[in-house]
Design a protein around this ligand. Structure first.
Ligand code: GLC
Length: 597
């Protein structure tokens, strides 16, 4: 039991140890990784779309913030039907974003500043403009070119019914039929599978050429010197044998809806842990793990600690832990943390469960609150009554009940400071260090996300969290680029959030993040420990944990919490009443503080 001797009258103690500290080792185990969404970060050439030279020009901002690494969303050659997650050439930079030389400059300058670079790999599907898919379109059914993708004959005498009932995650059927051609057999034109947009055909990962190609792509970027890869849809590459029908529904921003009756999984799970059918026959099949074992070996051929990060929306957490077993990937995004409501006991449960699960396989836990696919947490947390919040992590519509911006930012700061105080690796999505909310009122005609169009607006999509970053309050386009053009409109409120309004400004969100990262580094919280502070264990209002010698306390209740006499506050997400000689500092609602006693 650790005692925190704050005052002789009321010492704090922390006897429920959830996670032990470790010696700092591979960099990714405790790194703070900043996600850059290149389209929206900074625009150097003035076309209204961010680019690689734009990122390079803003490295001083990132260095001042104190992050360890950048994860860059795709900047590869792409028709941009899904904002670059539709890759036409995995080894080329799209002219929108610059050139391969621009990438080399960015990598070199980031490395000079001690910032590592993780790039995005999209192996579940290519763009329909990829040479392979174009070749498949020109080739007959049964040809090797078609065998790289999931082409199937349709059902019925004329093959006019799709091969199964799967729905695209962006809405509508997951199958598209080719136009008729004179080479067609009796089943007529074939269908191809696309779990996402029609322009994103799924690859067939039982095909050796596909496997070899992606190992080669990994080597291409590893040879350039990248430090890791974020693996897109890491749970999707292998589909259940026979592509069985499924009555569940998955959607990008609202998560998986299980079928009314659980389908019995045809193949028993590898380790008998959990029935895989909860995630559907298109997701989380055991075969994906063979791919990651092979990739682990590829990375191991290179010096330094290169890493693979899984984007895998799978449940329950035991299933996620399997992606980060010792011979597979190194990290997986913790979406269970992201989707947890603003509730002390739920947060405690998910934190403990996350650490226990990743400890069981020797991997670091990750923490994430926002990314380019979900509503920013400053908006999600802006509902006093969480039940008012639109379902899941979905984008918020102009016609939905609207979040309270001030409440959202207050809680977002508290949530971020809680996250950054946890042991493991934390992900920060560009702009959250400025406290940005979503732009909810984007007019329909300005929307870009394919999920908006494929659901006829039923899902508003992800544009709201992808709005170009405000850098300078007084400049056109808030300094996003030299011309003031922005590919999505920015809301007027973004002026007050601009980076130049926050740098060196006491109490700003940027300064809170900067200070938190400084203390996190000095106190080695990322490789630290977690024990619950006994006094608050049963509290429905407070999350309080000890990480090494720092207490991280979040007050989610309405009453202020008084800290022990003599507690030294290291960083706080909001105002707190200063301590006096006989009373510790008072922490109001929706506030996190880090302190030592
Ligand atoms: C991932 C990406 C998302 C993209 C989808 C299809 O979930 O994060 O932005 O639309 O994959 O590639």
């Amino acid at each position: 039991m650790t005692r925190i001797d704050s005052s002789p009258t009321k010492p704090l103690s922390a006897s429920t140890v959830v996670h032990a500290s470790h010696e700092p080792s591979e960099w990714w185990r405790d790194a703070v990784i900043y996600q850059v969404y290149p389209r929206s970060f900074a625009d150097a050439d003035g076309d209204g779309i961010g680019d690689l030279p734009g990122i390079t020009s803003r490295l001083p901002h990132l260095a001042a913030l104190g992050i360890d690494a950048l994860w860059l969303s795709p900047f590869y050659r792409s028709p941009q039907k899904d904002a670059g997650y539709d890759v036409a050439d995995y080894r080329a930079v799209d002219p929108l974003f610059g050139t391969l030389e621009d990438f080399d400059v960015l990598l070199e300058q980031a490395h000079e500043r001690g910032i590592r670079i993780i790039v995005d790999l999209v192996p579940n599907h290519t763009s329909d403009q990829h040479v392979w898919f174009q070749e498949a379109l020109r080739s007959p059914a049964g040809s090797p070119a078609r065998a790289r993708y999931m082409f199937r004959d349709g059902k019925g005498a004329d093959g006019s019914t799709p091969p199964n009932n799967w729905q695209s995650i962006f809405g509508g059927p997951a199958w598209t039929r080719l136009p008729a051609s004179e080479d067609d057999g009796p089943a007529g034109p074939q269908w191809y599978l696309h779990l996402f947009d029609t322009s994103q055909p799924d690859l067939d990962w039982s095909n050796d050429e596909v496997k070899a190609e992606f190992e080669d792509v990994l080597r291409f970027w590893l040879d350039k010197g990248v430090d890791g890869f974020r693996i897109d849809v890491a749970h999707g590459m292998v589909k259940a044998d026979g592509l069985p029908d499924w009555s569940g529904k998955t959607s990008m921003v609202e998560g998986t809806e299980k079928p009314a009756e659980q389908v019995v999984d045809p193949g028993a799970p590898e380790d008998g842990l959990v029935d895989t059918s909860v995630n559907g026959p298109m997701f989380d099949q055991d075969g994906v793990h063979d791919i990651y074992r092979a990739w682990h070996q590829v990375l191991a051929e290179y010096d330094g600690d290169r890493c693979l990060v899984a984007e895998a929306w799978v449940e329950p957490m035991e299933r996620l832990a399997r992606y980060v077993r010792a011979d597979e990937m190194h990290q997986a995004f913790n979406f269970a943390f992201l989707t947890t409501e603003w509730d002390a006991s739920r947060l405690r449960d998910i934190v403990a469960e996350s650490l226990e699960m990743s400890d069981s396989v020797g991997a670091p836990t990750t923490w994430v609150l926002s990314n380019h696919d979900v509503s920013r947490h400053a908006s999600r947390l802006g509902y006093e009554d969480a039940s008012q919040r639109p379902a899941g992590t979905a984008g918020i519509k102009p016609t939905d009940p609207q979040p309270d911006e001030a409440l959202g930012i207050k809680r977002a700061r508290a949530a971020s400071l809680l996250m950054l105080g946890l042991p493991g690796s934390a992900y920060v999505y560009q702009g959250e260090e400025l406290g940005l909310p979503d732009h909810i009122m984007i007019p329909d005609e300005a929307r870009q996300d394919p999920s908006f169009f494929r659901t006829n607006g039923e899902e508003i999509g992800r544009d709201g969290c992808r709005v170009p970053i405000p850098w300078e309050a007084a400049a056109p386009g808030y300094g996003f680029g030299p011309t003031g053009k922005t590919w999505l409109p920015q809301p007027p409120s973004y002026g007050t959030y601009a980076a130049d309004q926050q740098r060196d400004v006491e109490g700003s969100t940027f300064e809170m993040y900067r200070r938190a990262l400084e203390v996190r580094g000095e106190a080695e919280l990322g490789s630290g420990s977690l024990a619950w502070v006994d006094e608050y264990q049963g509290s429905s209002d407070v999350v309080a944990l000890l990480n090494r010698d720092v207490v991280v306390l979040t007050n989610l209740g309405t009453e202020a919490v008084t800290l022990p006499v003599g507690a030294e506050v290291l960083v706080a997400s909001g105002d707190h009443a200063t301590a006096t000689e006989d009373s510790g500092a008072r922490v109001p609602r929706d506030t996190t503080v880090w302190f030592r006693v």
